[in-house]
Design a protein around this ligand. Structure first.
Ligand SMILES: Nc1nc2c(ncn2[C@@H]2O[C@H](COP(=O)(O)OP(=O)(O)OP(=O)(O)O)[C@@H](O)[C@H]2O)c(=O)[nH]1
Ligand SMILES: [Mg+2]
Length: 603
């Protein structure tokens, strides 16, 4: 049977095409002289591509008219470790023998024995032919193309030997498609955003192997992009043997399903990637619960549209687990949904217990009237490094100097940790390090991390750390501001800490400073310890609860005031007099008022 578009083709030509089925091809050869001769003649007359599919016995199994994607190529298991046993010979009426991206993706996607393109010519001697075979490079399926062969030269090729060899290497090499996630990144925003997406992918041990760009104004709802672009991705996926497509934007459930069906590959979005990194990093009970909650909340609306084929697709590429499959499983839809809903309830209950415990600690700190300073900033800006350095310099004696993990990786810190430091005027403050922000941080994530970010919401002062060595510093500042806005913390008193000046170039530094005109800025290097004293002085100036130095004599029968001063003020000096305990201390307004009766009035 002839497939493809045969409209308008005369009966006599159709008979000629049908007669091709009678030909048999020698096993050693890619094709025969007669086959090429007849295909060249027919294609020249009908001015359409003609495509034949030949099996290993040399028998023609199918013929199609039109582009290669209409050819009746039998499908093959993606994970199969041998060639399909079919070769495809087709004509290009244009006269060119160049194999197109579509031709190559058919070769690799269907693991064809070979694909050949015959550039149609009037004279047989002028014919040029390109023939491509599958190949393995660096554990990946790729191709090898012989270009512009004459008919004579191509008939001399020992096809059988070549195919036997390729079959052997495909079978023996353990292609990495089973273990490694190889992703094509699809950008819709800026190159920089796509670059960051590559960083996020690497943080999940995914290998980004290629990129495709789609202008934002061309976003279509059903597939997120036009069909042509989707086809381009599908071809590139086959060509590069990718097993994952990552979109640099948020996709709806139905978009994911449509794209997965069209591309025949697992598709995830930026949010899923971020959630996956967070799931890998979460260590404390609170952050584990928060990440799980965010994952479930992200999953729930998408579950209704969840792709029944996904399991098959995933199975096809042999990926077990992998990105986006962390968290509760993918069992039957309805049970899943109920399971997720009840798990969300459970998490909320567990969270409220954790929060109760935190509230007790908070009351203690509030009572002590310690000012709260929170460090915020884009991920990898150097927040934890700064916090550790400041603690090293000025840790309160009675509070642990234990550091926070600082690492050159995205989202190194997931838990807000609070440490106290003593300023040079003897006041204590708490410094909290927080989870890094990132652009396009999904709303549900900000929501889920609200309890961690409570330190930001309740801070008296924010230190907004900026990596000025990063070319994208301004954009990162803007992204952080967006999240601060969501937390209603945008108007808080803020010091902008321009970090990594040891590494930043002057041009970038000037640009950022120009952008931040009118803000309170300090330029530091947390790592090299540059200008940190300047930062500490600025903090002293900006935090509320200014302390004043006062002297008291507390009568011996009013001991509770002594404990109060020890707990809630900073005692500088203490000795015992005839009338009571003499104490010199730095006190805030509230404590001062309560102890005012015992003040030593100096004339
Ligand atoms: N050159 C230079 N590198 C720095 C400086 N401060 C931090 N770094 C490096 O920047 C990287 C990130 O530092 P972290 O302190 O982990 O950054 P973070 O903002 O806490 O990151 P997350 O917790 O992932 O949001 C680390 O490799 C640090 O060594 C600095 O002043 N100069
Ligand atoms: Mg950190």
């Amino acid at each position: 049977m002839i497939t493809g578009n045969i409209d308008g083709i005369k009966k006599v030509m159709l008979d000629k095409i049908e007669n091709l089925f009678e030909l048999t091809i020698d096993n050693d050869k890619v094709f025969s002289y007669e086959l090429v001769e007849q295909m060249n003649e027919i294609s020249g007359i009908i001015k359409k591509e003609l495509c034949v599919v030949i099996n290993r016995r040399g028998k023609i199994e199918g013929i199609s008219v039109g582009k290669i994607d209409s050819a009746p190529i039998p499908s093959i298991e993606v994970s199969s470790k041998k060639l399909s046993g079919f070769r495809v010979i087709h004509t290009h009426p244009s006269g060119s023998s160049t194999l197109s991206l579509l031709d190559i993706s058919a070769l690799i996607g269907s693991k064809l024995d070979a694909i050949a393109a015959i550039g149609v010519q009037e004279n047989m001697e002028d014919i040029k032919i390109n023939i491509a075979f599958c190949d393995i490079y660096d554990n990946n399926l790729t191709y090898n193309e012989l270009k512009n062969l004459s008919l004579e030269a191509s008939l001399q090729l020992n096809f059988k030997n070549k195919v036997d060899y390729i079959d052997k290497i495909i079978g023996s090499i353990n292609t990495c498609e089973d273990q490694v996630e190889r992703a094509i990144l699809v950008g819709t925003d800026t190159e920089e955003s796509l670059e960051e997406l590559a960083g996020l992918a690497e943080a999940c041990n995914i290998v980004p192997i290629d990129r495709i760009f789609q202008k934002k104004n061309k976003v279509f709802s059903a597939y997120y992009m036009g069909q042509g672009k989707v086809q381009e991705i599908a071809n590139l996926r086959q060509l590069r043997n990718a097993n994952l497509i990552i979109f640099d934007d948020e996709l709806s459930g139905s978009q994911v399903r449509n794209l997965e069906e069209a591309i025949n590959c697992k598709v995830i979005d930026r949010t899923t990637l971020i959630l996956d990194i967070l799931a890998r990093r979460a260590k404390s009970k609170e952050s584990i619960l928060q990440v799980e909650l965010a994952i479930l909340n992200h999953k729930l609306p998408r579950l209704r549209n969840s792709n029944a084929n996904l399991a098959r697709i995933k199975g096809g590429v042999g990926l077990k687990g992998g990105v986006g499959s962390r968290g509760p499983g993918e069992k039957k839809l309805e049970t899943d949904r109920r399971h997720i809903e009840s798990r969300i309830e459970e998490i909320k209950n567990e969270m409220s217990k954790v929060l109760e415990r935190k509230a007790v600690q908070k009351v203690k700190r509030t009572k002590n009237n310690i000012s709260k300073v929170a460090i915020v900033g884009y991920t990898n800006a150097g927040k934890s490094t700064l916090r550790n350095k400041l603690c090293e310099i000025s840790a309160s004696d009675n509070i642990s100097k234990e550091g926070v993990l600082e690492a050159d990786m995205l989202f190194a810190t997931l838990d807000t940790t609070v440490r106290a430091i003593t300023l040079s005027d003897n006041r204590k403050i708490t410094l909290s390090d927080t989870v890094g922000f990132i652009s396009k941080l999904p709303h549900e994530l900000v929501e889920a991390f609200k309890s961690t970010l409570e330190e930001v919401i309740e801070a008296d002062l924010l230190l907004h750390v900026v990596d000025v060595a990063n070319e994208e510093a301004i954009k990162q500042i803007q992204s952080v501001n967006i999240v601060l806005n969501e937390l209603n913390a945008k108007d808080k008193n803020t010091i902008i800490v321009l970090n990594k000046i040891d590494k930043a170039c002057q041009g970038n530094l000037d640009k950022v400073k120009d952008f931040l005109k009118g803000e309170k800025i300090v330029e530091v290097s947390a790592e090299k310890g540059i200008n940190l004293d300047q930062l500490l002085h600025l903090i002293e100036r900006e935090i509320p609860n200014k302390l004043v130095e006062k002297e008291f004599i507390i009568p011996y029968d009013r001991q509770k005031f002594i404990s109060m001063l020890h707990e809630d003020a900073s005692v500088i000096n203490k000795n015992y007099t005839e009338n009571g305990t003499y104490i010199k201390a730095l006190v805030n307004e509230e404590i001062y008022e309560r102890c005012a009766d015992f003040e030593v009035k100096t004339l």
